[in-house]
Design a protein around this ligand. Structure first.
Ligand code: SF4
Ligand code: SF4
Length: 509
């Protein structure tokens, strides 16, 4: 398919390492954040006058703070093992989208200002001044990385390009060159409570509407409670679950699971967003500030458990960072973190993913399903990057891969995985993660989806797959947009709990 601006790549039977096209996507950059958006987050409103000195100082600060960043700058041996592992390189053919080249954009500046050889013999060691041209390259190519970590799986030194990208974005924010999409969303979370900017009363109306719809469908009073003090479970879910298709079908699925299990639960109008874009921009203060709303809501509502809905990066933040950020799980040491740890019921994992919650009930025989209700679907599963490569589920290694698949197999009869090398820890990004789900980067999103679309096409051709389940709000939104570009139906993507919702038997004891 061709749009006005670009042509969608052709699907091949398997990913082919492309011939490079220098500068193929140098024109792609997201809109720069306005002064108001930047100032909202405490960043300079526009590129500061002494931006070069400030950027180098910030880089020095990050190198001191994050030992890993310095190791990544020093350790690369340019072996090339990562060079063909990035979906954006495979889809755009731009050599600066090879992970090693992306890192080198920062590494050359690091060498110039932070190494002896680079300070004295820059041309011998590939060191470069941080010029305006280099800064523009940073803005462009560090916004062509979805922080998916696929390249790090293949690096013999475990160098994580995602962390380099986060550091670059943090440096750019600190000198007034922030990205509009991510920073605007963070501002909305602080102001209103969620990424979509849905105020409390609108959320209440929506949930009432969902109760009516579910009553029409099932004949039962399945509740979608909001701000209920004393509920057992606080569900933190992406705000897309409240309004967007197909996300809302998974929210209905969660509600049916809680109903069937007889567990009291609530949503929170204060913490009506699981997503945390603070991670995408690499900013600890924003990451923590966003996460603190959840602690505040949990303390106010007096809940015993915190469960996270289908959102990839939110689960990474919850699983990996909530403990030390805010004390959900064993971690934070401030009085509120300790209060929350005393309040939560530690017979359960804190936090717990909704898939772990449902899977546990299935294993214990507490849920019943009419699997044939999903017989119109031949299903595959897309592992979302942040769940696959930056978190875990359950008690066994690889639980983040088996648990969602086990749920699908418990609620549906037809399941086929995509090819090895494109799933589990080698999964390909949807193309829209890491704060890139914005229409100003549509060309990048379409091209970056190529490897996933190729793997999908194979199972469509071989097994007649007509549904791709996933547990990430960004993946769902991204695929809804790009599937038609590759000749697929946009309704082919949906959530795991969308499938649960269809098959779950309610009203049984
Ligand atoms: S983290 Fe993902 S998007 Fe970024 S360079 Fe590596 S493979 Fe590409
Ligand atoms: S695989 Fe690792 S060491 Fe090799 S080029 Fe890539 S980042 Fe450098």
């Amino acid at each position: 398919m061709a749009t006005a601006a670009f042509t969608t790549p052709k699907l091949k039977p398997y990913p082919v390492i492309p011939l490079v096209q220098v500068g193929a996507t140098s024109h792609l950059k997201p809109f720069v954040a306005s002064e108001a958006i930047q100032k909202n987050l405490g960043f300079p409103g526009e590129l500061v006058e002494d931006w070069q000195a400030k950027a180098i100082a910030k880089m020095g600060e990050l190198l001191g703070k994050y030992r890993s960043l310095r190791v990544y700058m020093d350790a690369c041996v340019h072996c090339g093992a990562c060079s063909d592992k990035c979906h954006y390189f495979l889809g755009t053919e731009d050599p600066k989208n090879m992970p090693v080249a992306r890192q080198d954009l920062m590494r050359q500046v690091y060498r110039r200002y932070f190494t002896f050889a680079g300070k004295h013999f820059p041309s011998l060691v590939g060191a470069k001044d941080l010029t305006r041209e280099v800064l523009d390259d940073w803005y462009s190519y560090y916004h062509q990385c979805s922080e998916c970590r696929r390249c790090s799986v293949f690096c013999p030194y475990g160098i994580d390009t995602a962390e380099v990208t986060m550091a670059a974005r943090e440096i750019m924010d600190s000198i007034g060159m922030g990205q509009k999409y991510a920073n605007e969303i963070i501002g909305k979370v602080h102001r209103i409570g969620n990424n979509l900017g849905i105020p409390g009363p609108a959320l209440e109306d929506t949930l009432e509407g969902l109760e009516e719809d579910t009553k029409d469908e099932t004949g039962l009073d399945v509740r979608f409670p909001l701000d209920v003090k004393g509920a057992e479970v606080l569900l933190i879910t992406p705000s897309a679950d409240f309004f967007s298709e197909p996300h809302v079908d998974s929210l209905i699925g969660y509600a049916k699971v809680f109903h069937a299990a007889g567990v009291s639960w609530t949503l929170s109008s204060m913490a009506s967003e699981a997503g945390n874009f603070g991670m995408f921009i690499g900013n600890y203060e924003q990451l923590r500030k966003i996460a603190l709303r959840i602690r505040e809501a949990a303390l106010e509502l007096g809940v015993k458990r915190i469960v996270v809905g289908e959102c990839g990066h939110a689960w990474r933040v919850a699983y990996s960072f909530w403990n030390t950020l805010v004390g959900i799980g064993a971690g934070g040491k401030d009085p509120f973190a300790i209060e929350l740890q005393n309040q939560l019921d530690h017979r359960y994992k804190q936090p717990m993913h909704i898939c772990e919650f449902t899977h546990d009930l299935i294993v214990r025989g507490a849920l019943r399903f009419d699997k044939e209700k999903n017989d119109n679907r031949i299903i595959t599963f897309h592992d979302s990057c942040n769940v696959a490569r930056a978190s875990r589920m359950g008690d066994l290694p690889g639980g983040q891969f088996t648990i969602p698949r086990d749920i699908i197999k418990a609620v549906a009869n037809n399941f086929h995985d995509m090819a090895p090398g494109t799933i589990h820890e080698s999964t390909f990004c949807c193309g829209g993660g890491g704060g890139l789900l914005t229409d100003d980067l549509l060309e990048l999103r379409v091209k970056g989806a190529l490897p996933r679309m190729e793997a999908l096409k194979n199972v469509v051709d071989e097994h007649g797959v007509n549904f791709m389940a996933t547990i990430c709000a960004i993946c769902k939104a991204q695929f809804s947009k790009v599937l038609p570009q590759y000749g697929f139906d946009m309704s082919m993507v949906g959530g795991v709990h969308q499938l649960v919702s269809k098959a779950i038997r309610l009203g049984d004891k």
